[in-house]
Ligand binder design. Structure first.
Ligand code: F6P
Length: 343
C-alpha cells in the first residue's frame, strides 16, 4: 500500500490555505507517490472521520482560491490540551481510530498558534503531525511570517488608501480598526504602508490624551485630516478600546469631526497575493519533504527567507508579538508617526 497522509485546516481562515493544500497534495502525489486525505472542518473531520481524497484533479485550479476547500473550525482534538497538561479523552480515541482506519502515518495541521498547540497535543498521544503556520495575524511563534499575513496587509492598505480620500473631502479624522488578535503586526505594517498618522498596537500602552494632543497639533498646523490605525487587541489597562470607542473619544476630546471603520472579515477573504501563494507553496512542499524523511512533530518555519523547522513542542501555546525595539517601529517614529506613548 502507498504511504498515506492526512491534512486539515483549522482556526480562522485566510487567503493562501488552498495554495498550501495544493502544494502538500501535489508534492506528496508527484514526488513521493503518497495518497492524501483531506479532513473536513479542521480537527472535527479527524475526530468524526470525515474526509475527501485529495487527488491531483481535486486540487487542480485551487491555487488562487480564497478560503479552504476543506472548511475549518475551532474544534479542539481533546478537552484539555495545554502543552504540559492534557488528557486523552473520547475525542482522542476517535482520532486514533480514524488514523488506523485510513492507515495514515501523519497529519499535516495548517493553522495558527491554537492549531499548533492542538497538533502538539496529538503528538503527545502518539499521532505524528507536521504544522504549517498560517494566519493573517502573523503571531505564530518560531517563524518570521505566516501566509495570510501579506494578503491581509494588502487589503488593509487598500482600505486606508480609500479612507484618505474621503477623510480629505470632509476634513475628518478616520479611525480604522484592523484584525490581529493580541498582536499588532497587521496594524503596524498596513499603518506604515497606508501612511497612517497614528498607529496603536497592543504591544505599546497608549494614552488617549497624547493621541488627541497630537491630532490637535496637526490641525493647528493646517492638517485637520488624519488616519488612525488601531489593532483590535489594543487596550487601556485591561479594557479593550476598539475603533468605534476611540473615534468617539477623539471626537469628544478634540472637537474634530471623527468617523470609524471596522474592517473585520474582509481581511480574511478573497484570493491570496502572489507573496502568500509562493509562501504557502514553499511551506507545503517543505512540510511534505519532512514527512517523506519521517521527520514528524515539527512546524515548518522561515527565517531570512530560508525554510526550516522547529519542534512543534517549542511553538505550542506561544504567541509572537512585536518587540519594542522592532525596526519598523523605529522607522515609523522617525517619520513622525504617533504610537500614543509620547509623540
Ligand atoms: O486569527 C485570525 C482572526 O481573524 C483574528 O484576527 C480575529 O481576532 C479572530 O480570527 C476572529 O475569530 P473568528 O473568526 O472565530 O470570529
Amino acid at each position: 500500500m502507498k504511504r498515506r497522509i492526512g491534512i486539515l485546516t483549522a482556526g480562522g481562515d485566510c487567503p493562501g490555505l488552498n495554495a498550501a493544500i495544493r502544494s502538500v497534495a501535489k508534492t506528496a502525489i508527484i514526488e513521493h507517490d503518497m495518497e492524501v486525505f483531506g479532513f473536513i472542518g479542521g480537527f472535527k473531520g479527524l475526530i468524526e472521520n470525515e474526509y475527501i481524497a485529495l487527488t491531483e484533479e481535486k486540487v487542480s485550479g485551487i491555487l488562487t482560491l480564497g478560503g479552504t476547500i476543506l472548511g475549518t473550525s475551532r474544534e479542539k482534538p481533546m478537552k484539555k490540551n495545554h502543552p504540559d497538561d492534557f488528557e486523552p479523552d473520547q475525542k482522542s480515541k476517535q482520532i486514533k481510530k480514524t488514523m488506523n482506519l485510513l492507515q495514515l502515518e501523519c497529519v499535516v495541521c495548517i493553522g495558527g498558534n491554537g492549531t499548533m498547540k492542538n497538533a502538539h497535543a496529538l503528538s503527545k498521544i502518539g499521532i505524528p503531525v507536521i504544522g504549517i503556520p498560517k494566519t493573517i495575524d502573523n503571531d505564530v511563534w518560531g517563524t518570521e511570517v505566516t501566509f495570510g499575513f501579506d494578503s491581509a496587509v494588502q487589503i488593509c492598505t487598500d482600505a486606508i488608501d480609500r479612507l484618505h480620500t474621503t477623510a480629505s473631502s470632509h476634513k475628518r479624522v478616520i479611525v480604522i480598526e484592523v484584525m490581529g488578535h493580541d498582536a499588532g503586526w497587521i496594524a503596524l505594517h498596513s499603518g506604515i504602508a497606508g501612511g497612517g498618522d497614528v498607529i496603536l498596537i497592543p504591544e505599546i500602552e497608549y494614552d488617549i490624551s497624547i493621541v488627541c494632543n497630537y491630532l490637535m497639533k496637526r490641525e493647528a498646523l493646517g492638517k485637520p485630516v488624519s488616519i488612525v490605525v488601531v489593532g483590535e487587541g489594543v487596550k487601556t489597562g485591561k479594557k479593550r478600546t476598539p475603533g468605534p470607542y476611540l473615534a468617539k473619544k477623539i471626537n469628544e476630546l478634540t472637537g474634530i469631526e471623527t468617523r470609524e471603520t471596522v474592517l473585520g472579515y474582509i481581511q480574511r477573504g478573497g484570493s491570496p497575493t502572489a507573496t502568500d501563494r509562493i509562501l504557502a507553496t514553499r511551506y507545503g512542499q517543505f512540510a511534505t519533504s519532512l514527512i517523506a524523511q519521517k521527520q514528524y512533530n515539527s512546524m515548518v518555519s522561515i527565517t531570512n527567507n530560508i525554510l526550516g523547522s522547529i519542534p512543534i513542542s517549542e511553538t505550542a501555546g506561544k504567541t509572537k508579538i512585536i518587540e519594542p525595539d522592532y525596526e519598523l517601529i523605529k522607522t515609523a517614529r522617525s517619520l513622525g508617526v504617533c504610537f500614543g506613548d509620547g509623540c
